[in-house]
Design a protein around this ligand. Structure first.
Ligand code: PBG
Length: 333
């Protein structure tokens, strides 16, 4: 018998064999593009820490979503940046609030050519920047306690406003206990039984949301560690996902993506609903910054990270590179 007995390299010999042997595939329909729409502007406004990403005007958003539909990506996730904010985030459930107005405009433009999704969280709409209402409005925001159950009432109102505006899927990103059950019940009671719920189940408190805070002009002082997960806790992420499935989530998500691939794999093994991952603003900014210096192969790093997130168990990925990656994927076919 010749040595070595096993030759795994046979599967890597030619591009044709490698193509055939690849275990994990990425297609444009698995990509969702997060987008920002800002009230009161007429031209798109660049976001310094996210080169290539803008805060859209209503008009530019409509055009950009139409372009995303042409690329046949899976969907878009809309975030609103309001002109004015208050303690309870009134703009969130106001039918004339920027996110609801934008949702209506976008759905009128693209229908269901792609899945129009909306962020359901109060942080963009509150003047203290927290994801919920505070227990005592007079508390300094830095030591603020977010009132879980009072926030649920705001979320149900926000969810109904988004469903009425035509959102096909509500992205519950606030990490309040019971948010999925509360919003599901409110939707069903009003006849919105077809509106999907994407639960940001395992959302970790950490440093990777920095550029996003600029993107939405976040007012946050302090941090979100009393509601988002501790980065050291993997089992707790799985538990959150199981609870959300029990409460009626159609899809559960892990966020950020790359630092939490173990959690993603564990959640994938624990639930039977689709599992998504959010490649967040900080993950985007790291690659863009290194690439701008010529220190990393931009396209290679982007596609490798997306493939890795798929391999770890994500059925779909929210990524700011969705359009560019979709074009590359088509070109590779
Ligand atoms: C909360 C929300 C955040 C992100 C998505 N939804 C911010 C936060 O939790 O602080 C971050 C996304 C990103 O960093 O790309 N509405």
């Amino acid at each position: 018998m010749s040595f070595p007995e096993h030759r795994p390299r046979r599967l890597r010999r030619t591009p044709a064999v490698r193509r055939l042997a690849r275990e994990t595939h990425l297609v444009p329909s698995q990509l969702v593009l997060p987008m920002f729409v800002r009230e009161g502007i007429t031209e798109p406004s660049p976001i310094g820490s996210m080169p290539g990403i803008v805060q859209h005007s209503l008009d530019s958003l409509r055009r950009a979503v139409a372009e995303a539909a042409e690329e046949r990506i899976g969907g878009v996730m809309l975030f609103g940046v309001p002109e004015t904010r208050d303690a309870v985030g009134s703009g969130a459930d106001d039918p004339h609030g920027i996110l609801n107005v934008a949702t209506e405009a976008v759905v009128a433009e693209v229908g269901d050519a792609l899945v129009v999704q909306t962020d359901l969280c109060l942080d963009e709409f509150t003047d203290h920047g927290h994801c919920g209402v505070l227990r005592q409005a007079q508390e300094p925001a830095a030591q603020a306690v977010v009132d879980n159950d009072a926030t649920l009432e705001r979320y149900t109102a926000m969810g109904l406003a988004q469903a009425r505006a035509g959102s096909a899927m509500l992205g519950l990103s606030g990490m309040m206990d019971g948010q999925v059950g509360a919003v599901r019940e409110a939707l069903d009671a009003e006849g919105f039984t077809d509106t999907l719920i994407l639960a940001y189940s395992a959302k970790y408190a950490g440093a990777f949301y920095g550029p996003f805070r600029e993107a939405v002009d976040s007012q946050l002082k302090g941090d979100r560690r009393s509601y988002q997960l501790d980065p050291g806790n993997g089992r707790e992420g799985v538990r959150e996902a199981l609870l959300d499935v029990e409460e009626g989530a159609d899809i559960v998500m892990v966020k950020p993506a790359l630092p939490y691939l173990d959690v993603l794999a564990d959640v994938r093994a624990s639930v039977d609903v689709p599992v998504w991952a959010y490649q967040v603003s900080g993950e985007y900014a790291m690659v863009e910054a290194a690439a701008a210096h010529g220190w990393i192969d931009r396209r290679g790093a982007i596609m490798e990270s997306l493939l890795g997130i798929r391999r770890a168990g994500a059925d779909a990925i929210l990524t700011y590179w969705a359009l560019e990656a979709a074009r590359w994927l088509r070109a590779e076919l």
